[in-house]
Design a protein around this ligand. Structure first.
Ligand code: TPP
Length: 272
């Protein structure tokens, strides 16, 4: 991996956050949990993954599956910063006349697969990773999941298969913001220890600070973490990160802000 340029990544993350906030009006957006994974997305697309506007049709490039599909605004914003979709198109978010809509749609360049129904893209990503291995390609497949999403049964079926079949080009990153929609994950259905559960399914596991590019860089430094094992990175994050007035607020998982509120949130973001 190239040397990390944390300042550049931080600047890109500001722009991504700004786009996510601007999309949280006229119908709304899952702004809280999109902001929790904004730094992760920037790290993936601007440092870790071999995905860019010129190699989308190259089967040897890397793949990124957004399994927590309701956070698609952060994916759109990242794809726009990467020049994969046009920034103008972000204004169509929530227009029924564009495939840019509530959930990831494969008709948008850079989106690998439809999602929205939680719990499915780990199996799709595992299949893609197995396919790459069968072709003797060494591209990496990353799946970004929510922590609450781990409650879906199909996640554990696939985790068992990926560990058992030694799918070691697969990396799952969990946005561990400790919320599932409007409730705390541990109050709903206890998830801990996520690490021990995956390890017992023959995965390698690391934790990282999901808002610290150096910490993410250390966690992703060697993939596979152990030969013959899929990798899990538990990224500890804060819902609403970047906007102190909504950080960790259960009522700001989803929000539909007025134009005035958006302007004031952007001032808060840039601390002006
Ligand atoms: C199969 C399925 N069940 C329920 C939902 C409704 N739903 C959308 S987001 C969400 C919360 C998921 O929690 P988490 O993965 O932690 O995401 P976050 O709280 O970070 O948004 C739920 C239950 C869904 N999209 N798919």
């Amino acid at each position: 991996m190239a040397k990390i340029n944390a300042i550049e990544l931080r600047n890109t993350a500001y722009k991504v956050r700004e786009s996510v906030i601007r999309m949280a009006t006229g119908g709304g957006n899952f702004v809280g949990s999109s902001l929790s994974c904004a730094d992760i997305m920037v790290f993936l697309y601007f440092h870790f993954l071999n995905i860019n506007k010129d190699n989308l049709n190259d089967p040897t490039r890397d793949y990124m599956f957004l399994s927590k599909g309701h956070n698609v605004s952060v994916l759109y914003a990242t794809l726009a910063e990467a020049g994969i979709i046009s920034k103008d198109r972000l204004r169509n978010h929530l227009s029924i006349n564009d495939f840019i809509y509530w959930q990831p749609n494969i008709n948008i360049p850079g989106i690998e697969f439809h999602s929205g129904s939680l719990g499915h893209l780990l199996s799709i990503g595992t299949g893609a990773a197995m396919d790459c291995k069968l072709r003797n390609q060494n591209n990496k497949v990353v799946v970004l999941m929510g922590d609450g999403e781990l409650n879906e049964g199909s996640v554990w079926e696939t985790a068992l298969v990926a560990g058992s079949k030694k799918v070691d080009n697969l990396v799952v990153i969990v946005d561990r913001n400790k919320f599932q929609a409007n409730s705390g994950t541990e109050e709903l259905i206890k998830l801990e220890s996520i690490s021990d559960k995956f390890k017992s399914f023959r995965w390698s596991v690391r934790t990282a600070d999901g808002h610290d590019f150096m910490s993410l860089s250390r966690a992703f430094a060697r993939i596979p973490m152990e030969a013959g094992k899929p990798s899990l990175i538990i990224a500890n994050t804060i819902r609403g990160k970047g906007l102190p007035s909504i950080e960790s607020r259960s009522d700001k998982w989803f929000a539909d802000f007025t134009g005035e509120e958006i302007e004031s949130l952007l001032k808060e973001l840039y601390k002006v």
